[in-house]
Design a protein around this ligand. Structure first.
Ligand code: G3P
Ligand code: CA
Length: 263
C-alpha cells in the first residue's frame, strides 16, 4: 500500500463532501455544496446549530467570527440577522455568500438529479440541548425523509459526537441511520454505539490509522464505518482496504479521482 498506488475496487468507499467542497470554496455555502454535487459526491456533510429564532443553520463553530464578516454567537442571532452577514468572502477562493439554512441544503440535496445522502451533524453541548434533534427530526419529517424503509435507503443520516444526541434520534426515528462519531478507539470499539443504537461508527482518520480493526469489529456488530476527514491518498487507500463505507473529505473531486483510477 503506497501513497501513489491503486485503490482497490472491492470495498470502495462512497465519498462525502465534508462541509461541501470546502477546500475549494467556503465551507457550508451553497456554492461549496453545488460544487461537491457537480463533482459527483455521493453524500454531503454539514454541521447544524439552532439560531435564536430556532432555525437550523449550517455553521460549524459556536460563533460566526471565523466564517463570516460578523461576530457573535450563532445561538444569539436570528436568521434575518445572519442573512446580513457575508459567509463567503473570508475564503481565498470565495465570494459573497449568504448563511445556508438546513432547509435550503435539504432542498438542494433532495432535488439533485441523482440520489445523494445528507449527513447532518448535531453539535453538543449547546444552549438549546435536545431541541436541536427535535427541530431536526421535525424538518426531516416535513421533507418526508425521517422514516426510510431501511438505513440503506435513507437520504438522511444523523451523526454526532454526543451519544445522547444519537440516542434521541434513534428513539424518535428508529429507521433513520445514525453514526456515533468519536476520536478514541476506546469509545468506538466499546459498547457505546450499541447502547445508543447507532447504525455506524465515525472514527477520525487518525484513530482509524492506529486502530484499523475498528472497521471489522463494527461490521461484526452490524455497523458501517464513516471516517473523517480523509484528504490524503494514502488514507483513501487505507479506508478502501479496510472496507470503510463512507469517507468524508474536504476534497471530493480529488478523492473520487483516486477511487476511480483503480487497477
Ligand atoms: O464528519 C465528522 C466531522 O465533521 C467531525 O468533526 O469538527 O469537522 O465537525 P468537525
Ligand atoms: Ca462536522
Amino acid at each position: 500500500m503506497t501513497a501513489g498506488g491503486p485503490i482497490s475496487r472491492s470495498g470502495k468507499p462512497a465519498v462525502v463532501a465534508h462541509r461541501g467542497a470546502s477546500e475549494e470554496l467556503p465551507e457550508h455555502t451553497l456554492a461549496a455544496y453545488e460544487r461537491a454535487l457537480a463533482d459527483g459526491a455521493d453524500g454531503l456533510e454539514c454541521d447544524v446549530r439552532l439560531t435564536s429564532d430556532h432555525e437550523l443553520v449550517c455553521i460549524h463553530d459556536r460563533t460566526v467570527d471565523r466564517t463570516s464578516d460578523g461576530t457573535g454567537l450563532v445561538s444569539e442571532m436570528s436568521v434575518p440577522q445572519l442573512r446580513e452577514l457575508d459567509f463567503g468572502s473570508w475564503h481565498p477562493h470565495g465570494s459573497s455568500a449568504s448563511v445556508l439554512t438546513l432547509r435550503e441544503l435539504l432542498t438542494l440535496t433532495l432535488d439533485w438529479r441523482r440520489p445523494v445522502r445528507l449527513f447532518v451533524e448535531t453539535k453538543h453541548p449547546v444552549r438549546y440541548g435536545s431541541l436541536v434533534e427535535q427541530k431536526l427530526l421535525a424538518l426531516l419529517h416535513e421533507f418526508g425523509v425521517a422514516t426510510p424503509p431501511s438505513a440503506d435507503h435513507s437520504r438522511a443520516v444523523v451523526i454526532s459526537f454526543s451519544s445522547a444526541g444519537v440516542w434521541r434520534v434513534r428513539r424518535h426515528a428508529p429507521m433513520l441511520p445514525t453514526i456515533l462519531l468519536g476520536d478514541t478507539a476506546r469509545l468506538l470499539g466499546g459498547s457505546a454505539a450499541t447502547a445508543v443504537g447507532a447504525t455506524g461508527i465515525g472514527p477520525s482518520v487518525n484513530t482509524l490509522r492506529q486502530n484499523p480493526d475498528l472497521v471489522d469489529r463494527a461490521a461484526a456488530a452490524g455497523r458501517v464505518t464513516y471516517c473523517w476527514t480523509v484528504d490524503d491518498r494514502v488514507d483513501v487507500q487505507l479506508c478502501a482496504d479496510l472496507g470503510v463505507r463512507w469517507v468524508a473529505t474536504n476534497r471530493p473531486a480529488k478523492v473520487r479521482d483516486w477511487l476511480v483510477t483503480v487497477d
